[in-house]
Design a protein around this ligand. Sequence first.
Ligand code: ZN
Length: 356
Amino acid sequence: MTSNADGTRTMTDAPGLLTDFLSFSLADARPVADRAGGECAHGVRYQWLGAGLLQFEPEAKPVASVVVSAGVHGDETAPIELVSRMVADIACGALPLACRLLVVLGNIGAMRAACRYLDDDLNRLFCGAHARLHGGSEKARAATLEAATARFFAQAAPADAAPRWHIDMHTAIRASVFEQFALLPHTGRAPADAMLEWLARARIAAILLHTAAGTTYTQFTAQTYEAMACTLELGKVRPFGQNDLSHFDAADRAVRSLVANVASGSATPMPRVFTVVDQITKRTDAFELALASDVPNFTVLAKGQEVARDGDYRYIVTRGDERIVFPNPSVKPGLRAGLIVVETTAETLARTPRGS
Ligand SMILES: [Zn+2]
């Protein structure tokens, strides 16, 4: 390894860009000039686009354009390890590639510091939200990821000619009634049948439909580039190297099947579908949440139960089937302290255009 004038380092040996993309990225390495791009197994072309950004193109006409991202929250380690292994398997030919693929390791600074984020939650800074910040580590990273994603989709076939996908993999902070679940950004349309089937093959037990546009990475790709986009929550966070990756097998197999364009696993049962019906917002520092600090996501609330109070404000459960997701009383005032969701499986599946 040699040091460059700008403080970055050039890798001349292992860990390599393709064989260990995670270590390569954590080391803040950059390829030697003539190795930033090239050809790996089966005629697949690769191109390093910057820290944590790697693009692949298959030799044959691609069937889809796919973004696979992990580490948008730096301490959500297991999916980052899976993505790094997938890169190595594409490079050596163990995983055949049938699509254009952009691999993204999101918040590398936070990955190095083993924390969710350094200054601001990167997954709230997309759709241009980064422009409203005055500084901080994540502002520039959000802009970089948006630009790389924009270039990737600008070179893609139109969405109606070749599907566009974005799978953003996370792990949850807390336990969940449904251990692995997916969040779908708000698009104003019913979820695509292809996305529901893919989630079923990934053994995702539940889907949460947002009813308002957020500023997440998947919101950005769905609304700007018509990608079928989902945020996967795949279980609990552990440090690098301490994850039982077998626990993530189904999701890993589904991502690999997507990029190889082969069907794997059964598309039944379909995930249960939940829709956001209310948001609990923390207004002041007097905010109190009347739930145990470790209450699992999707816990059913009792009708008449007081869930939150903040001065004169009360949130009282009025329906019999309300559930709490992402309760967090320690957010800053003005931010979301929890979502209230209800099950809408039957209505949603009836609304979904089959074969889309
Ligand atoms: Zn996350």
